[in-house]
Design a protein around this ligand. Structure first.
Ligand code: SF4
Ligand code: SF4
Length: 95
């Protein structure tokens, strides 16, 4: 699942800086996550950082985009080809 930002978002921007994939931008009303960039923080952290910092719990798993850990890790590697990812990678699937 990619993470999605729901209508409770106040636009505070706290989530933008903590995303390891630069997947979050300000939209017209809500902030928006690009699902082509979001890895659910797989490869970087044991939990979704946007959800961790969001003061109104507006970052939620998107039930319409269910993806495996392998798919998400492959995306992280593709986006940051020079990064060395630990094995096993930090992942919400392993916490
Ligand atoms: S779950 Fe992680 S990778 Fe996805 S948007 Fe949030 S901070 Fe970025
Ligand atoms: S941290 Fe939460 S409230 Fe703030 S911009 Fe991100 S999703 Fe919206």
């Amino acid at each position: 699942m990619a993470t999605i930002i729901v209508e409770d978002c106040t636009g505070c921007g706290a989530c933008v800086a903590v995303c390891p994939n630069q997947a979050i931008r300000a939209g017209e009303q809500l902030h928006v996550i690009d699902p082509r960039r979001c890895t659910e923080c797989v490869g970087f952290f044991e939990e979704e950082q946007c959800a961790k910092v969001c003061p109104v719990d507006a970052c939620l798993p998107d039930p319409d985009r269910q993806e495996s850990e392998a798919t998400l890790l492959a995306r992280a590697r593709a986006q940051q080809p020079h990064r060395v990812f630990p094995a096993p990678p930090p992942s919400r699937f392993r916490r």
